[in-house]
Design a protein around this ligand. Structure first.
Ligand code: AMP
Ligand code: GLY
Length: 411
């Protein structure tokens, strides 16, 4: 098969790594890809949202399957557009992508499917929202309805924080249209787990679990980020919990979508809170996670193409993977670009997945905030953690940093 991957991050690097290993993969392309991906796939200069150009490229290169990494092209309808033109896509339709694009849509589906999730009310009017928040009290969670690049969620520990967040979204329009409607949600207490599914629309396979470190600072301090590190599998997962999640959350959601005429296919990412009352849904994403993918893929032992086609269930090793994200100092706020990164070639006992890198006059430099993911796989979490940190230390990047506690379990 000739395959085109859409995207340019560490997640796409990991997906390319798995696809490249498949004996079924003939030519592998990635649009637009990155410096690391260039070593295993041919980069294509097309933006993920240029659908016409993607179709043109697929026809020229006889692409048999397009694998979509990020949510933006999915939400914009890339799967529908390509499939209407006879090109197979591993990724959900625009209708199905509402699971990520609209929190209100997801709440409605969850309500009908009986999926356990936080109690929520939607508001467009700031005064009504504030009245409700005063009644409910803190802690409470305020969310922009639409896509806000992961920044549209405020977990307010005090009433003042909650009221300020309502003003920011509904009065100051901080997130524009994405925040024209907000959700006020019950605060759920527990531990978070990222839970993944891969489905061709008929077969529904579990595709691994991971724990993500979302805050920028050690001991989970500082602002939220896209994810500063992960380990896989999640330490709290066992057969009982796995079955509970499938029976109470994933299957009812997919069945309810099907009743609406929406066949979900592609990866599905359930962000869960494991509470004392059992697993509850925080949110769905219609794609793999980043950096979760960088921890999950290295544990995959069989052919990812068989999984995508619905020919075989994924098999994961019993080992544990730890991924440390190397980010530019200042991230998630302002950071310097084009700073030189040395020593990546010294990493021998771990995988390095690129995200925001570029080549400039023979040097590897950073373009983005989250730049490299260093993944080690070992028998235990402790061992994987040690190897990952030993290997990350071989990279010489004075303008970069990473959290020192990826793999430490906070109860
Ligand atoms: P989201 O963008 O929906 O993943 O939310 C970002 C983060 O906010 C999540 O990873 C959780 O840590 C936290 N969060 C979101 N919703 C809730 C909730 N209802 N209760 C507690 N924490 C939440
Ligand atoms: N790591 C969380 C995400 O990919 O959204």
């Amino acid at each position: 098969m000739n395959i085109l991957v859409i995207g340019s991050g560490g997640r796409e690097h990991a997906l390319c790594y798995a696809l490249k290993k498949s004996p079924q993969c003939k030519e592998l392309y990635c649009a637009p890809g990155n410096t690391g991906i260039a070593k295993i796939a041919e980069r294509v200069k097309i933006k993920p949202t240029d659908f016409d150009e993607i179709v043109e490229f697929c026809r020229q290169k006889h692409i048999n399957m397009v694998v979509v990494g990020p949510e933006a092209p999915l939400v914009a309808g890339i799967a529908d557009f390509l499939e209407e033109r006879g090109i197979m896509v591993f990724g959900p339709s625009k209708a199905a992508a509402q699971l990520e694009a609209s929190k209100a849509f997801t709440k409605e589906i969850c309500k009908r499917a009986g999926v356990p999730t936080a109690k929520a009310e939607t508001f467009k009017d700031a005064e009504k929202a504030k009245k409700y928040v005063r009644e409910q009290g803190a802690p409470i969670v305020i969310k922009a309805d639409g896509l806000a690049a992961g920044k549209g969620v405020v977990v307010a520990m005090s009433l003042d924080e909650a009221l300020a967040a309502i003003d920011e979204m509904l009065v100051d329009k901080k997130f524009g249209d994405a925040g024209a409607e907000i959700l006020v949600e019950e605060f759920m207490e527990g531990r978070e787990l990222s839970f993944f599914i891969a489905t061709n629309g008929e077969k529904v396979y579990r595709f691994g679990t991971a724990c993500d470190y979302k805050r920028v600072g050690d001991a989970n301090t500082g602002p939220n980020t896209g994810g500063m590190g992960t380990y896989s599998p999640g330490d709290m997962i066992d057969n009982d919990l796995r079955e509970q999640i499938m029976d109470q959350i994933i299957n009812p959601t997919l069945d309810t979508l099907r009743e609406e005429g929406i066949i979900y296919k592609g990866f599905l990412f359930a962000g869960l809170m494991i509470t004392s009352e059992g697993p509850k849904l925080i949110e769905y994403n219609v794609r793999m996670g980043d950096p979760e993918t960088q921890s999950i893929i290295p544990r995959l032992e069989n052919d990812i193409i068989d999984v995508m086609l619905g020919h075989a269930e994924p098999k994961f090793s019993d080992k544990t993977a730890v991924t440390i994200v190397y980010a530019a100092k200042g991230y998630p706020e302002e950071y310097e670009k084009n700073t030189i990164i040395k020593g990546v070639e010294n990493v021998k006992n771990a995988l390095v997945f690129h995200a925001g890198t570029a080549r400039k006059e023979k040097n590897l430099v950073n373009l983005g905030g989250r730049v490299l993911g260093v993944t080690a796989v070992a028998e235990t979490l402790e061992q994987a953690r040690k190897i990952a940190y030993d290997e990350a230390a071989k990279i010489n990047w004075p303008e970069g940093f990473y959290r020192k506690d990826i793999g430490v379990i906070y109860g």
